[in-house]
Design a protein around this ligand. Structure first.
Ligand code: GCU
Ligand code: CA
Length: 139
Protein backbone atom coordinates (compact mmCIF):
# COMPACT_ATOMS: atom_id res chain seq x y z
CA UNK A 1 0.00 0.00 0.00
CA UNK A 2 1.04 3.61 -0.49
CA UNK A 3 0.45 6.08 2.31
CA UNK A 4 1.15 9.80 2.20
CA UNK A 5 2.66 11.66 5.14
CA UNK A 6 2.47 15.45 4.96
CA UNK A 7 5.43 17.46 6.21
CA UNK A 8 3.12 19.85 8.07
CA UNK A 9 1.22 17.15 9.97
CA UNK A 10 2.34 15.82 13.34
CA UNK A 11 4.16 13.56 14.09
CA UNK A 12 6.24 14.98 11.24
CA UNK A 13 8.71 17.60 12.45
CA UNK A 14 9.96 20.45 10.28
CA UNK A 15 13.20 22.06 11.43
CA UNK A 16 12.16 25.37 9.89
CA UNK A 17 8.77 26.83 9.01
CA UNK A 18 5.60 25.45 7.48
CA UNK A 19 5.01 27.75 4.54
CA UNK A 20 2.21 28.23 2.04
CA UNK A 21 3.66 30.85 -0.31
CA UNK A 22 4.48 28.54 -3.24
CA UNK A 23 1.39 26.98 -4.81
CA UNK A 24 1.03 23.38 -5.81
CA UNK A 25 1.75 21.74 -2.48
CA UNK A 26 -0.43 19.00 -1.07
CA UNK A 27 -2.26 19.39 2.22
CA UNK A 28 -1.98 22.69 4.08
CA UNK A 29 1.67 23.61 3.53
CA UNK A 30 5.23 22.45 3.07
CA UNK A 31 8.40 22.39 5.13
CA UNK A 32 10.85 25.19 4.40
CA UNK A 33 13.84 24.05 6.40
CA UNK A 34 16.31 26.36 8.02
CA UNK A 35 19.21 27.37 5.83
CA UNK A 36 21.88 25.27 7.50
CA UNK A 37 23.79 22.04 7.30
CA UNK A 38 21.85 19.56 9.42
CA UNK A 39 18.48 21.25 8.91
CA UNK A 40 15.90 18.51 8.83
CA UNK A 41 12.45 17.25 8.04
CA UNK A 42 11.41 14.13 9.90
CA UNK A 43 8.55 11.76 9.25
CA UNK A 44 7.11 8.79 11.07
CA UNK A 45 5.96 6.17 8.61
CA UNK A 46 4.35 2.79 9.03
CA UNK A 47 5.36 -0.38 7.22
CA UNK A 48 3.27 -3.53 7.21
CA UNK A 49 6.30 -5.77 6.88
CA UNK A 50 10.03 -5.54 7.35
CA UNK A 51 12.24 -5.35 4.29
CA UNK A 52 12.59 -2.68 1.68
CA UNK A 53 10.09 0.01 0.85
CA UNK A 54 9.89 2.79 -1.69
CA UNK A 55 9.95 6.32 -0.40
CA UNK A 56 8.76 9.06 -2.76
CA UNK A 57 9.73 12.54 -1.58
CA UNK A 58 7.82 15.46 -3.12
CA UNK A 59 9.87 18.62 -3.13
CA UNK A 60 10.60 21.86 -4.92
CA UNK A 61 13.96 23.48 -5.42
CA UNK A 62 13.71 26.77 -7.25
CA UNK A 63 17.33 27.77 -6.80
CA UNK A 64 20.39 26.82 -8.78
CA UNK A 65 22.55 25.66 -5.90
CA UNK A 66 22.99 21.99 -5.08
CA UNK A 67 20.65 20.75 -2.34
CA UNK A 68 21.41 17.36 -0.95
CA UNK A 69 20.45 15.42 2.12
CA UNK A 70 21.44 12.45 4.15
CA UNK A 71 18.48 10.12 4.51
CA UNK A 72 18.28 8.37 7.86
CA UNK A 73 15.92 5.55 8.75
CA UNK A 74 15.54 4.86 12.46
CA UNK A 75 18.71 6.86 13.06
CA UNK A 76 20.92 5.04 10.55
CA UNK A 77 22.10 6.78 7.39
CA UNK A 78 20.84 4.84 4.39
CA UNK A 79 21.71 7.44 1.71
CA UNK A 80 24.50 9.97 1.98
CA UNK A 81 24.28 13.39 0.37
CA UNK A 82 21.47 12.32 -1.92
CA UNK A 83 20.90 15.11 -4.45
CA UNK A 84 17.60 16.95 -4.87
CA UNK A 85 17.86 18.32 -8.38
CA UNK A 86 16.67 21.84 -9.14
CA UNK A 87 13.03 21.84 -10.28
CA UNK A 88 13.05 25.17 -12.13
CA UNK A 89 10.95 27.12 -9.66
CA UNK A 90 9.58 27.05 -6.15
CA UNK A 91 6.11 26.20 -7.47
CA UNK A 92 7.53 23.40 -9.65
CA UNK A 93 7.17 20.29 -7.52
CA UNK A 94 8.96 17.04 -8.36
CA UNK A 95 9.23 13.63 -6.79
CA UNK A 96 12.45 11.92 -5.85
CA UNK A 97 12.22 8.19 -5.16
CA UNK A 98 14.57 6.16 -3.01
CA UNK A 99 14.53 2.61 -1.67
CA UNK A 100 14.89 2.32 2.08
CA UNK A 101 15.00 -0.48 4.64
CA UNK A 102 12.12 -0.57 7.11
CA UNK A 103 11.06 -2.42 10.20
CA UNK A 104 7.55 -3.70 10.72
CA UNK A 105 5.44 -0.93 12.22
CA UNK A 106 6.66 2.56 12.95
CA UNK A 107 9.84 3.94 11.39
CA UNK A 108 11.38 7.39 11.47
CA UNK A 109 12.62 8.81 8.19
CA UNK A 110 14.75 11.90 8.50
CA UNK A 111 16.13 14.16 5.77
CA UNK A 112 19.18 16.11 6.94
CA UNK A 113 20.67 18.82 4.78
CA UNK A 114 24.30 18.47 3.82
CA UNK A 115 24.57 21.92 2.24
CA UNK A 116 24.49 25.34 3.88
CA UNK A 117 21.26 26.36 2.11
CA UNK A 118 19.36 23.60 3.91
CA UNK A 119 16.86 21.25 2.32
CA UNK A 120 14.74 21.79 -0.74
CA UNK A 121 11.15 22.67 0.23
CA UNK A 122 9.57 19.37 1.27
CA UNK A 123 5.87 18.75 0.63
CA UNK A 124 5.37 15.16 1.71
CA UNK A 125 6.70 11.63 1.57
CA UNK A 126 4.81 8.58 0.39
CA UNK A 127 5.83 5.14 1.57
CA UNK A 128 5.00 2.13 -0.56
CA UNK A 129 5.64 -1.02 1.43
CA UNK A 130 5.33 -4.68 0.62
CA UNK A 131 8.60 -4.57 -1.29
CA UNK A 132 11.18 -7.27 -0.85
CA UNK A 133 10.43 -9.41 2.15
CA UNK A 134 13.24 -10.21 4.52
CA UNK A 135 14.57 -13.73 4.48
CA UNK A 136 12.91 -15.78 7.16
CA UNK A 137 11.10 -19.03 7.86
CA UNK A 138 8.37 -20.01 5.44
CA UNK A 139 5.20 -20.04 7.49
C1 GCU B 1 13.18 31.29 -1.11
C2 GCU B 1 11.86 30.54 -1.16
C3 GCU B 1 11.76 29.55 -0.03
C4 GCU B 1 12.98 28.63 -0.06
C5 GCU B 1 14.23 29.46 0.04
C6 GCU B 1 15.49 28.62 -0.02
O1 GCU B 1 13.21 32.11 0.03
O2 GCU B 1 10.78 31.45 -1.11
O3 GCU B 1 10.56 28.80 -0.15
O4 GCU B 1 12.90 27.71 1.00
O5 GCU B 1 14.27 30.38 -1.02
O6 GCU B 1 16.37 28.94 -0.83
O7 GCU B 1 15.62 27.64 0.72
CA1 CA C 1 14.58 26.99 2.64
Amino acid sequence: ATVRYEAESSPAVCNGTIDTNHAGYSGSGFCNSNNAVGASAQFTVNASSAGTATLAIRYAHGGTDTRSANILVNGATVQSASAFAATGGWTAWSTKTVTIPVNTGSNTVRLEATAAAGLANIDYVELTDGGTAQTGPIM
